[in-house]
Design a binder for this molecule. Sequence first.
Ligand SMILES: [Cu+2]
Length: 284
Amino acid sequence: MRLLKTVSIIIFYFVINTLLTGCNNIILMHPKGNVGLQERSLILIALTLMLIVVIPAITMTIIFAVKYRSSNTHNNYNPNWTNNHKIEITIWSIPIIIITILATLTWKSTHTLDPQKKITSTLDPITIQVIALDWKWLFIYPKENIATINEIVFPINTPLQFNITSNSVMNAFFIPQLGSQIYAMAGMHTILHLIANQPGIYKGISSNFSGYGFSGMKFNAIATKNIEEFKEWVQMIHLSHKKLNNMEFYEKLARPTENHPVEYFSEVKVNLFNDVINKFAHST
Ligand SMILES: [Cu+2]
């Protein structure tokens, strides 16, 4: 009995400790945009539903192990019991109900949170083309005719449309606090819609291992307080004397580098994004 008590105390402290401190480190649980918020509630609802089964199962395991231990001679020994309808109904109906709720929720949210689905807003979306390079992110703003390495800036409450591809192996584009991750693949074009509802600097990562410099393949996603601040940033990039206006320069930039610093380009070759996709689309 003493061992059981010690084990339960340890488990209790572990759970409390996790609840009080661990959560602060999970940035996924601190979303700053509508998509991220909806995804968090889906995670929490699914977790709660599953705990309805997990907690009683673990509790019963401990109780049964103690109560029906061979050294317990206080209780009746009754090995010849037949099927109990109450137990049968409980162990079948509860999982069926939980799975039905989970399935319905998941089905609905895969449609409402479809990465390709446009976010409804009165504001026009900002298009950002994303090319995963070894080992850095190239971002192109086609309308603004600018490009950056490892940094994106956008105003809050404005829908963002990311068009994503890769110049090399597979990567995954992910800004955890804003929502869904999506794969970046050479010769292919994936689309992701996100929105930030609070200003701030959010971490962007590749959540798919892609080689040596992978750990430095990070970027900042900066949500500005208003559109003016975003326009100022665009103006600032336009002042850069670096230009990404030909394929030769692009190929040079695409060569593998590790921990690449943030870079700004004041001009981008027209259709660069599509040219990069086509490079791979036509190869066999
Ligand atoms: Cu928290």
